[in-house]
Design a protein around this ligand. Structure first.
Ligand code: GLU
Length: 329
């Protein structure tokens, strides 16, 4: 009797252990990865969502579950990827270059050797939006005006400082510089609390639509001139670009607006496991046509263009895929 009781207890115990262990095992297999993006009215946020969507579709196969976080932008994402707070991040190609070479925000910290490139995404233009009533037609007209150059942590902040410097404007002395996030700038412009703002972003973007859709009429200011030409020549990470005005019918410009630009890129850390980086790269590239449809800013993408603008070493997980399909030797 006693023996039978002990036996049944043992069976019961074993059964409980088995039932308890089964779901725990499934959970242990799921790898959660977080992608750092930007403000929710930018293009990084939907881009993070597009990448997460591709990999989450195959959750059963890879056991990877990707989520997206809205952040302060490029510089924040690079630092968070390197500290291990984020697995992946989207950042401007110029910021990738500066981090890997220990320039700009990384001047004191030195080269960020653990940064790894995965692929490039859409082009981004340094975009200067000004209120029509503020009398700003050129960069020089920004003198004395209240201008948002972006939060520390954003990519656009240094682009704005570079553009201003190339036009002979010291952002600390010659303008009233604001440092708010790009998502807040359109509201401030519409409320008359700033005269203009810089945003380095893909087009079309929600923030620029919002800025051009209000009662206060606004326009894009060309970022041109001999100083800008020299800067583009001197800095390997900048290239000429333009803003297609047909994307913003409420802006008062009649023609496309010349400026300079960079590329959005997808980065991670050398510490990220190869199989995770491989899986994400494979899903985005194998399903390239569906990926391209996820945002109008991806219209110009080709598989080849997605391998350009990368200055950090390519992560071995991504490289494995590129070699398999012959995109790289
Ligand atoms: N280029 C911006 C930055 O690096 C973000 C743009 C976006 O969110 O689309 O901060």
């Amino acid at each position: 009797m006693k023996k039978a009781f002990v036996l049944s207890l043992a069976v019961l115990f074993g059964f409980v252990m088995f039932m308890g262990a089964a779901p725990a095992q499934v959970q242990a297999k799921t790898i959660f990865v977080t992608i750092g993006t930007g403000g929710i009215t930018g293009v990084y946020y939907p881009t993070g969502g597009a990448i997460a969507k591709m990999i989450n579709k195959k959750r059963k196969e890879y056991g990877i579950r990707a989520t997206v976080e809205s952040t302060g932008g490029s510089v924040f994402n690079i630092n968070a990827v390197l500290s291990g707070d984020l697995d992946f991040g989207i950042c401007q190609s110029d910021r990738q270059y500066q981090a890997i070479h220990g320039l700009a925000e990384w001047k004191d910290k030195g080269p960020q050797k653990d940064l790894r490139a995965v692929f490039s995404i859409h082009p981004e233009s340094v975009t200067l939006v000004a209120a029509d009533d503020a009398g700003i037609k050129t960069l020089a007209d920004l003198k004395g005006k209240r201008v948002n150059i972006g939060n520390p942590g954003s990519g656009q902040r240094q682009n704005a400082i570079d553009a201003l410097a190339a036009a002979g404007i010291d952002y600390k002395k010659d303008i009233k510089a604001e440092s708010v996030k790009a998502a807040e700038a359109p509201g401030l412009l519409q409320d008359g609390r700033i005269d203009a703002f810089f945003y380095t972003v893909g087009h079309p973007s929600g923030a620029i639509k919002e800025a051009t859709a209000g009662a206060r009429k606004v326009h894009f200011v060309p970022i041109t001139g001999p100083g800008i030409d020299k800067m583009i020549k001197d800095k390997p990470y900048y290239a000429k670009s333009f803003i297609p005005v047909k994307l913003y019918p409420n802006a008062t410009n009649k023609e496309n607006v010349p400026t300079f630009g960079v590329k959005a890129t997808f980065v991670t850390s050398a510490k990220e496991p190869d199989k995770v980086v491989y899986a994400i790269t494979k899903e985005v590239f194998d399903n390239f046509d569906s990926f391209k449809k996820l945002h109008p800013a991806y219209q110009v993408l080709t598989k080849k263009s997605m391998l350009e603008g990368l200055s950090a070493p390519i992560h071995p997980g991504a490289m494995k895929y590129y070699k398999e399909v012959g995109l790289m030797q």
